[in-house]
Design a protein around this ligand. Structure first.
Ligand SMILES: CC/C=C\C/C=C\C/C=C\C/C=C\C/C=C\C/C=C\CCCCC(=O)SCCNC(=O)CCNC(=O)[C@H](O)C(C)(C)COP(=O)(O)OP(=O)(O)OC[C@H]1O[C@@H](n2cnc3c(N)ncnc32)[C@H](O)[C@@H]1OP(=O)(O)O
Ligand SMILES: Cc1cc2nc3c(=O)[nH]c(=O)nc-3n(C[C@H](O)[C@H](O)[C@H](O)COP(=O)(O)OP(=O)(O)OC[C@H]3O[C@@H](n4cnc5c(N)ncnc54)[C@H](O)[C@@H]3O)c2cc1C
Length: 615
C-alpha cells in the first residue's frame, strides 16, 4: 500500500489550474516521448544492484569510488538492455534528453561520465573515417573505456600553452609523447586515475623541431588485461573535491611514451609517413569537442535546475512555519512572497534553458553539417554563442540551485535532501569545459568585432543583429513582452558600445590593444552576460512581477510535478512526491552508522577519561 500523501500537497494538486500531463508531454516532445522516457526509466530502475544499501555519504572516499564502479557496470548494461530496437536514434535521444536516469544511481556522477560525454564525441569529431570505424566499434561496446585529457597541472584555459609534447619520429613512424615538466602532467580528466585505459590526449605536435600546434591523439595508458599502467606512464588520482567524487579525476605523466602514427586523430590535420604535415582548414576545428559539450551542458543545466526546484517547491508546500497573520496558524512557507521570489524564477529559468538548449542544439547540428561540406562560415558564431550560453546557464543554475537549498532552511543543508550534491554537480560546470569568465570574454571578442562591422555598414548574423539596430537612446518601451525585449536589446547594444568606447579611450591614452582590452574586460564580460533596464520602468515591472508571483502560486506544485522526476531521480528526503518529509528525514538519519549503538566507543576511550581529568 503506497504511503499517504501529505495533505498540503494533495490540496496543492487539487488547486492546480492546468493539465500537468500536458506540460510533461510538451517538455518531452510529445505523449509518445513521455511514454518512451517512462518506459526506459521503469526498465532501468527495476534493475537489481543499482542502489546503495548504505547511503554513499557514509562510505570512505575509496569505498565510494569502488561502489560507483560496481553501479556503473550494472547501470550501463541495464541501459543497453533497455534500448528498444524498434526506436529510431532520434526517439532514443528524446527519451534520454530530459531523463536524469543516471542521477538516480550516481549522486556525484559516474566514473564512466567522460567516456560518454567526451571520449566518444572526440572520436566522432576528430577521427578520420577509418579511425572512427575502428575506435567507435570498441568504445561503443565498452571494450575500452576512455577519457579526454587536455587540461594540465599548469594550464587549463590557455590551450596554446599546453606543455605535453608529441614529437614525430619518421624513422619508426611513431609519436613520442612526453611531459617535460610537472606542470605538463595531465591533471583533472575524469575516469583517468583508475577507470579508463585509453584517452584522447591534446598535445603540442612537433615535426623536425617545428611546432604544428595542438593536436588530438588517442593513447592507451593501461594494459587491457592487467590494467597496469604502461611503461613510461605515471598515473594517479588528484584527491577529494567539492563534488564529482566518484568521477575518478586523475593525473597522467608521459616519459618518452611512443605511439604509432595512426594514433593521431587525423580528420582535420594529418601527418604523412615521411613527416609531411597537412594543416587543418581551421586550427580551431581541433577544439570541436569542447563546443559540443558546451551545447550539451545547457540542456544538462535545465534538467538539474528542474530537479532542485522540484525538491524546494514541494518541500515549501509541506513546511509550515511562523505566523503570517495572528491566530491564523502557521502558513505554508510557499505563501511567503519572498519564498515565491526565491523559487519561481528557478522554474521559469529551467524552461527557458530547455528552449534555449533546443535552439542551440539545432544551430550546432546545422553548423556541424556545414563543416562536413567544408563550409566554416558559421563556426565563429556558434563558438561565441555556445560560450555565452554555457557560461550564463551554468552561472544562473548554480545561483538558483544554491537558492533552492537555502530556501529549505536547515533541512536543505542535509545531504539526504540531495540539494548540496546537485549544487556540487552544477557549480563544477562553471569551471569545466571552459571557465565562465574566459568564455564570456570569447563572446565579447565576437561582439566587439560585430559592432565594428555594423558601424562600417556590414550585415550581421541574426544573433548579432541587435548591434546594427539604429535605435534612438530615447527609445520608450512598454511592459509588453515585445517592449521588454526591445528594452533589453537597446541596453545590450549600449553595453557593447560602452565597452568599445572604453577600449578606444585607453588606446588614445597610449595603452596597447591588449592592455586596453584587459582594462575594459569587466565591461566586456557585462556586455556578454547581462543587461539591466532604466529606473523608471523598474517600478512598473516590479508591480507586474509581484502580480505574476501571485498568479503562479496556485500552480507551483503542478509546475514542478510536470517535470515528472520520479523519487529515485530526486533522491531527496525533501522532494518526494508524497511529501512525507519528516518521516523520510528520520528514516535517513537512522541509517547513519553512528546510530548503530547508543554510546560510541569514543566515550570510553577519550571523553570519560577527559571529563574525569585523567587525559
Ligand atoms: C555524461 C555526463 C553526465 C552527467 C554530468 C552530471 C552533472 C552535470 C550536470 C549537467 C551537465 C550536463 C552534461 C555535461 C557533460 C559532461 C560533464 C562531465 C564531465 C566534465 C567534463 C569537463 C571536461 C573539460 O573540462 S575538457 C577541457 C575544457 N577546457 C576548455 O574549455 C579550455 C578553454 N580555453 C579555450 O577554449 C581557448 O584556449 C580560448 C578560446 C579561451 C583561448 O584560446 P586562444 O588563445 O587560442 O584563442 P584566442 O586567441 O582567444 O582566439 C583565437 C581565435 O579562435 C577562435 N576560437 C577559440 N576557440 C574556438 C572554438 N572552440 N571554436 C571555434 N573558434 C574558436 C576565437 O574566436 C578567435 O577567433 P578570432 O576570429 O581570432 O576572433
Ligand atoms: C569537475 C571538473 C572536471 C573536469 N574534467 C576535466 C576533464 O575531464 N578533462 C580535462 O581536460 N579537463 C577537465 N577539467 C579541467 C577544466 O577544464 C579546467 O579547470 C578549466 O578549463 C579551467 O582551467 P584552470 O583550472 O587551469 O583555470 P585557469 O585557466 O588557471 O583559471 C583560473 C582563473 O584565471 C582566470 N583567467 C584565466 N585566463 C584568463 C583570461 N584569458 N582572461 C581573464 N581571466 C582569465 C579565470 O577566469 C579564472 O578565474 C575539469 C575541471 C573540473 C572542475
Amino acid at each position: 500500500m503506497s504511503a499517504k500523501v501529505n495533505d498540503d500537497l494533495l490540496t496543492e494538486r487539487r488547486k492546480c489550474e492546468f493539465n500537468v500531463e500536458e506540460l510533461t508531454n510538451y517538455l518531452d516532445g510529445g505523449a509518445q516521448a513521455t511514454q518512451n522516457r517512462r518506459k526506459l526509466e521503469d526498465k532501468v530502475l527495476s534493475t537489481k544492484g543499482l542502489f546503495d544499501e548504505v547511503p554513499e555519504e557514509y562510505l570512505s572516499h575509496k569505498e565510494k569510488y569502488e561502489n560507483a564502479v560496481r553501479k556503473a557496470v550494472v547501470y550501463y548494461k541495464a541501459m543497453k538492455e533497455a534500448e528498444d530496437p524498434n526506436q529510431t536514434e532520434q526517439e532514443r535521444a528524446n527519451a534520454t534528453y530530459r531523463s536524469l536516469l543516471h542521477a538516480a544511481v550516481f549522486k556525484d556522477n559516474s566514473p564512466f561520465s567522460l567516456h560518454l560525454a567526451m571520449f566518444i564525441p572526440a572520436i566522432l569529431g576528430q577521427a578520420d573515417e577509418e579511425q572512427k570505424k575502428y575506435w567507435m566499434k570498441r568504445a561503443s561496446k565498452m571494450e575500452i573505456i576512455g577519457t579526454y585529457a587536455q587540461t594540465e597541472l599548469g594550464h587549463g584555459t590557455f590551450i596554446r600553452g599546453l606543455e605535453t609534447t608529441a614529437t614525430y619520429d619518421p624513422k619508426t613512424e611513431e609519436f613520442v609523447l612526453h611531459s617535460p615538466t610537472l606542470t605538463a602532467y595531465k591533471w583533472w580528466p575524469g575516469s583517468l586515475a583508475h577507470t579508463a585505459n585509453y584517452c584522447v590526449v591534446m598535445a603540442h605536435l612537433y615535426i623536425n623541431g617545428k611546432s604544428c600546434g595542438i593536436q588530438p591523439f588517442i593513447v592507451q595508458f593501461r594494459d587491457e588485461e592487467t590494467h597496469q599502467p604502461l611503461p613510461g606512464i605515471k598515473l594517479g588520482e588528484i584527491g577529494a573535491k567539492l563534488g564529482f567524487n566518484t568521477v575518478n579525476n586523475g593525473f597522467l605523466g608521459f616519459d618518452q611514451h611512443r605511439i604509432p602514427r595512426n594514433r593521431m586523430l587525423m580528420k582535420n590535420a594529418q601527418v604523412l609517413k615521411d613527416g609531411t604535415f597537412k594543416r587543418s582548414p581551421n586550427s580551431k576545428l581541433t577544439y570541436g569537442t569542447m563546443v559540443y559539450v558546451r551545447v550539451v551542458i545547457v540542456n544538462g543545466m535545465a534538467n538539474q535546475l528542474a530537479r532542485a526546484v522540484t525538491i524546494a517547491v514541494r518541500y515549501s508546500a509541506v513546511r509550515r512555519q511562523s505566523e503570517l497573520k495572528p491566530d491564523a496558524g502557521e502558513p505554508q512557507i510557499l505563501d511567503y512572497v519572498t519564498q515565491q521570489h526565491k523559487l519561481f524564477i528557478g522554474i521559469a529559468s529551467s524552461h527557458a534553458f530547455t528552449l534555449t538548449a533546443k535552439w542551440l542544439t539545432r544551430m550546432y547540428q546545422k553548423v556541424t553539417a556545414d563543416l562536413e561540406k567544408g563550409n566554416l562560415d558559421e563556426l565563429p558564431e556558434l563558438h561565441a554563442i555556445a560560450c555565452c550560453l554555457k557560461a550564463v546557464t551554468t552561472t544562473d543554475t548554480s545561483v538558483l540551485v544554491e537558492r533552492s537549498r537555502t530556501s529549505c532552511g536547515g533541512h536543505g543543508y542535509m545531504l539526504s535532501s540531495n540539494l548540496p550534491q546537485i549544487y556540487g554537480l552544477v557549480t563544477a560546470a562553471c569551471t569545466y569545459e571552459g571557465e565562465n569568465t574566459v568564455l564570456m570574454l570569447q563572446t565579447a571578442r565576437s561582439l566587439v568585432k560585430a559592432l565594428e562591422q555594423a558601424q562600417s555598414g556590414k550585415r550581421l548574423s541574426p544573433t548579432m543583429s541587435y548591434l546594427s539596430e539604429k535605435v534612438s537612446s530615447r527609445l520608450k518601451w512598454d511592459n509588453s513582452i515585445d517592449g521588454i525585449v526591445k528594452g533589453f536589446r537597446r541596453v545590450a547594444y549600449g553595453k557593447v558600445e560602452s565597452a568599445m568606447r572604453s577600449m578606444r579611450k585607453y588606446v588614445r591614452s597610449g595603452l596597447g590593444p591588449e592592455d586596453a582590452w584587459n582594462m575594459s574586460s569587466v565591461q566586456l564580460v557585462a556586455a556578454s552576460e547581462y543587461t539591466s533596464i532604466s529606473e523608471a520602468d523598474i517600478r512598473q515591472l516590479q508591480d507586474t512581477y509581484e502580480d505574476l508571483l501571485g498568479k503562479i502560486r496556485p500552480n507551483a506544485v503542478g509546475l514542478v510535478d510536470a517535470f515528472d522526476f520520479r523519487d529515485q531521480i530526486l533522491n531527496s528526503t525533501l522532494g518526494a512526491y508524497d511529501g512525507r518529509v519528516y518521516e523520510r528525514l528520520m528514516e535517513e538519519a537512522l541509517k547513519s552508522p553512528l546510530n548503530a549503538e547508543p554510546v560510541n566507543q569514543s566515550f570510553h576511550k577519550y571523553l570519560k577519561p577527559f571529563m574525569q581529568g585523567k587525559l
